[in-house]
Design a binder for this molecule. Structure first.
Ligand code: ADP
Ligand code: MG
Length: 329
């Protein structure tokens, strides 16, 4: 069956039927607005992301189910990067009338599975016909106790720079697809099924360990630069310290130029944070406890030091890698 046969309200009803009741949700899908409660003494954290077919994803490389999961996951990752707990999610969806209902069902299943895995409830959205590509807009609302959320602006000279997980895997998978190759399943999963680091982000925030934090959507070089600009600081990163997966290292041996993807590749959705040196051990333990290892990759410096990369031989070069800019090439 095509979406054109089911209709907008048929689709919304089918989504609504799959969402159960949840604490804090007085009204979810079905009214003019959702009516929600957040715990006393907490603040609301909201974030939104747009995913456009052919710009952010291709059905040749991702399934509708994984797309639903990823659309939610990347938003949860933004709340994780503030140290918050994601609670509610909204899905705006535009797709062509000849889209298969089965494909939409798979997408919605992905959305609901990812939300459920993290205790998040779908409470609303909007649906319309697209004359061409799919457009997906997901909004997340989370909470954090007042005064605990971590911004990008708190890094101080002397803080250490830490990153979770491994770098460049997602960009490497994309690079292989773009060359007409098939990445191994582990790498493909790193691209299609990012894991929002919610528990780790909360631990770092609630214990007051992270002075600044961001999730990696554009690569360490670009995302650390966002922290440095907001914090009016500089930094030095050690190239030998960047955490790389076995799958990434295997490819890197054959193609040394791939190192640029570890620095500047997008969509890892790992957490990048700065932590006072005296508390680095505590932060590393938080990584161990939450099952998401953290690695120290560098040091925050005075702004005048700039942003630089030190290689294994001791050579230093400035890092001015710009992340992906949708309007500039
Ligand atoms: P309105 O005309 O007020 O925008 P709609 O008919 O678009 O209302 O939506 C009806 C209800 O269904 C609203 O509660 C809205 O949040 C929800 N909704 C619409 N599209 C989606 C979607 N794609 N996912 C989840 N909820 C949706
Ligand atoms: Mg509407």
């Amino acid at each position: 069956m095509k979406l054109g046969d089911l209709g907008e309200f048929g689709l919304i009803d089918s989504i609504r039927a799959r969402v159960g009741a949840a604490p804090g949700v007085y009204r979810g899908i079905g009214d003019d607005a959702a009516e929600l409660e957040i715990p006393a003494g907490h603040r609301l954290l909201t974030s939104t992301d747009l995913l456009l077919e052919e710009v952010h994803f291709r059905f040749a490389w991702t399934s509708a189910y994984d797309l639903g999961r990823k659309a939610v996951a990347v938003n949860l990752s933004d709340v994780a990067a503030m140290g918050g707990l994601p609670r509610f999610v909204y899905v705006g969806l535009a797709c062509p009338a000849d889209a298969e209902v089965a494909q939409l069902d798979a997408f919605v299943t992905g959305v609901l599975d990812e939300a459920a895995e993290h205790g998040v409830i779908l409470v609303g959205g909007d649906t319309c016909r697209s004359p061409g590509p799919w457009v997906i807009s997901v909004t997340v609302e989370g909470t954090a106790p007042a005064g605990t959320a971590v911004g990008r602006d708190g890094a101080h000279p002397g803080d250490l720079v830490l990153v979770s997980g491994t770098l460049g895997d997602s960009a490497l998978a994309l690079d292989l697809w773009q060359q007409g190759k098939t990445p191994d399943p582990w790498l493909a999963t790193r691209h299609n099924r990012p894991l929002p680091r919610i528990a780790l982000g909360r631990e770092l925030a609630l214990a007051g360990l992270a002075t600044a934090m961001i999730d990696l959507s554009d690569g360490v070089a670009s995302d650390l630069e966002h922290i440095l600009q907001a914090s009016k600081a500089g930094a030095e990163i050690l190239s030998s310290a960047l955490p790389l997966s076995p799958a990434f290292r295997t490819q890197l041996e054959r193609r040394p130029e791939l190192f640029d993807l570890a620095l500047g590749g997008g969509e890892d959705y790992e957490l990048l944070c700065t932590v006072p040196a005296a508390r680095a051990e505590e932060a590393l333990s938080a990584g161990t406890r939450t099952g998401v290892p953290l690695t120290i990759i560098g040091t925050v410096m005075e702004r005048g030091a700039g942003f630089r990369l030190r290689d294994a031989a001791g050579g230093v070069r400035p890092l001015r890698v710009r992340g992906y800019d949708h309007f500039c090439r």
